[in-house]
Design a protein around this ligand. Structure first.
Ligand code: MGP
Length: 218
């Protein structure tokens, strides 16, 4: 929990502040107490989903809601509690979406949208997958997309034998400036040199081959 570690550093600073008047229980620092007691709200509430394949169920029924959070502290508590993406069994996914949006094409917020797709070569899983997924979650909960943030619905990490995927799901696929601006942010934040492709969900829904034409590239 990096933010909380920072708070205890600043406690030392406060302690050395008032020479000759050490803090006592009758003279607490209101700033410090407030900082330790208060959870820091996120702009949006987020829900983590977990997908694990069970062939007796439909794809939708294999998507399970794990939990919902709306503070920085609750995000870290969750993150520290669950397995790294790279340690999930092949075939599993994590999805982090704004609460109320289901991580599927059929949700009305996703229906007209698409995804920026990062394909991580299977030999590079140990080097990149967990750090990229954490950075994408930081972009989501930290609202890294500025005026285009409303177009962002969530993100998915697919753990696959053939190569892992991380995708940022957008509500939008037609307004080029919105889609490209968001793609540029994630490319920069991940310091990713290879091209990122944007796929329209409708093409994924109707696909009859594994190749989907990229609508945009950044
Ligand atoms: P996948 O899990 O997104 O990727 O889709 P994977 O396993 O790498 O497979 P590939 O086809 O991309 O190479 C696998 C399958 O899961 C899809 O073909 C669909 O059958 C199903 N599926 C995936 N998504 C994201 C959805 C969805 O949003 N809705 C429904 N109904 N099925 C989906």
């Amino acid at each position: 929990m990096p933010e909380i570690i920072k708070k205890s550093d600043s406690a030392e600073d406060l302690g050395s502040e008032g020479h000759g008047s050490p803090r006592s229980s009758t003279n607490p620092s209101p700033t410090l107490d407030l900082a330790l007691d208060t959870k820091h709200p996120l702009q949006n509430q987020w829900t983590l989903w977990y997908y694990k394949i069970d062939r007796s169920k439909s794809w939708e029924d294999n998507q399970r809601e794990v939990t919902t959070f709306s503070t920085v502290e609750d995000f870290w508590a969750l993150y520290n509690h669950i397995e790294f993406a790279s340690k999930l069994q092949p075939g599993c996914d994590y999805s982090l979406f704004k609460t109320g949006v289901r991580p599927m094409w059929e949700d009305q917020k996703n229906y007209e949208g698409g995804r920026w797709l990062i394909t991580v070569d299977k030999r590079l899983r140990s080097m990149y997958l967990d750090s990229f997924w954490l950075e994408i979650m930081m972009c989501l909960i930290g609202e890294a997309f500025g005026e285009f943030g409303n177009a962002v619905n969530g993100a998915v990490v697919n753990v696959r034998m053939k190569g892992d995927k991380i995708a940022l799901w957008l509500a939008e696929s037609q307004i080029k400036q919105t889609v490209m601006s968001i793609g540029t942010v994630i490319k920069t934040r991940l310091a990713w040199d290879n091209p990122l492709v944007f796929e329209v969900h409708r093409d994924s829904m109707n696909k009859n081959s594994s190749a989907i034409r990229a609508k945009y590239t950044v």
